[in-house]
Ligand binder design. Structure first.
Ligand SMILES: Nc1ncnc2c1ncn2[C@@H]1O[C@H](COP(=O)(O)OP(=O)(O)OP(=O)(O)O)[C@@H](O)[C@H]1O
Length: 390
């Protein structure tokens, strides 16, 4: 195994660190969810439409009605090519929400569309096709067939689809190699480590070439080193293939590492939806603030957010250059080395300047300078198209 070496991004899209300049395709939603509710319990249907009941907290609702509102009025889009992370503590509703996407759990109210098609209107045949071809799920308990070899486990999804033996084994062999299990094709699951089994689960989902992969806490049972290995595997696969992924985790570090965007859940609601940087730099409420309190801010927040406008053409034209999506930690290094402010450069234009006070303010958790200086405002005198930012 151990194929998780960093790989140059030569795939269709490298969404991580892609800044705000994503292509137009990135705005087409794969999943579109609007006003989604899942209520467990007697006469669950009456809850979403009743303002008096929806105003109740979980405990009161349970006491009054015997019902649990696992998902409460949730709306979001999953964009093509992104890793969309659903994060929250145990019981916050993550699994229920993601299972509703393919109706493994029937929603109580709301709408779900995949590529514009109404999932709630699908008949059984169409649903089967959705789960088999379009949105494959990778579970924590991989559900491997113990008497089958690795190769046949991976080929299983294709077998169900009716793909012929030669073709499915060829395709399975390809995917087995892709997840770093080459040479283990003939082993049985019992002869693999936990991490290797999870790779088989991942390969099985990938073999059917789904439009979107849904991961339900796939790595939470793995030990920390293997877990990191698998996270890197997901990042690598995502970079190389640009596949859309929805990833459930209760682990903040995992969410920050993998997510292009994170939906943070609490008691069935999405309390904040944003990039890792948005969530760490601008928590929506005290709950989120507490959640992200120990995150090393300088490793998540970028120079773009920490910068201020250049004071003068002189300042905009001199000093070391950093990329807008460089982390504050990287910018600190540049500023420390130069002994003065660094310019935030994008394609030869100076967007602004980061200096020691602004960078320290980020580390200290103080509000950074109102970033997002319009590129046009601060480009005076840069003229430095040939300079390579760090
Ligand atoms: N079949 C069910 N019947 C009744 N209540 C349920 C059912 N499934 C889940 N719940 C409740 O819904 C809420 C959300 O559960 P869910 O499993 O979605 O949370 P989660 O965030 O995925 O938790 P975990 O991280 O522990 O898996 C919990 O209060 C749970 O007890």
């Amino acid at each position: 195994m151990g194929t998780a070496a960093p790989t140059a991004s030569n795939g269709p899209k490298n969404t991580k660190n892609a800044g705000d300049t994503g292509n137009a395709e990135a705005t087409v939603p794969v999943f579109s969810v609007e006003g989604l509710w899942k209520v467990f319990g007697p006469k669950a249907d009456r809850i979403p439409g009743d303002p008096e009941l929806t105003a109740l907290g979980q405990a009161e609702l349970r006491a009054r009605t015997g019902c649990t509102a696992a998902v409460r009025d949730v709306s979001f889009d999953v964009r093509k090519g992104e890793v969309f992370v659903v994060m929250g503590l145990s019981g916050s509703g993550k699994s229920t929400l993601v299972r509703c996407l393919t109706r493994l759990i029937e929603p109580t109210a709301g709408t779900i569309a995949i590529d514009g098609e109404d999932v709630r209107a699908m008949d059984r045949g169409r649903l089967r096709e959705l789960r088999r071809h379009r949105a494959a799920m990778v579970f924590q308990h991989f559900g491997l067939l113990p008497h089958r070899t690795v190769l046949d486990n991976v080929a299983y999804g294709l077998e169900i689809q009716g793909v012929g033996r030669t073709e499915r084994r060829a395709r399975a062999a390809e995917v087995v190699a892709k997840v770093g299990l080459e040479g283990m094709e003939q082993r049985r699951p019992a002869q693999l480590s936990g991490g290797q089994r999870q790779r088989v689960g991942l390969a099985r989902a990938l073999a059917v070439d789904p439009e979107v992969l849904l991961f339900d806490e796939p790595f939470s049972a793995l030990d920390p080193l293997i877990r990191r290995d698998m996270q890197e595997e997901v990042v690598r696969l995502h970079r190389e293939e640009g596949r859309t992924m929805v990833f459930i985790t209760h682990d903040l570090q995992e969410a920050l590492k993998l997510g292009d965007r994170i939906a943070l859940m609490r008691d069935g609601r999405v309390v904040q939806l944003g990039t890792p940087e948005e969530i760490v730099a601008s928590p929506a409420d005290d709950y989120v603030r507490e959640f992200v309190r120990d995150v090393p801010r300088e490793q998540v927040i970028t120079a773009r957010r920490a910068m201020r406008p250049a004071d003068s053409a002189e300042e905009a034209g001199n000093g070391p250059a950093v990329r807008p999506d460089a982390t504050v930690a990287e910018a600190i290094e540049a500023v420390a080395r130069a002994g003065g402010p660094a310019r935030v450069m994008d394609q030869g234009r100076c967007l602004g300047v980061v200096d020691a006070p602004a960078l320290l303010a980020v580390v200290a958790g103080k509000a950074a300078a109102p970033a997002a200086v319009a590129a046009d405002d601060a480009s005076a005198g840069s003229g430095a198209a040939s300079e390579e930012p760090v």
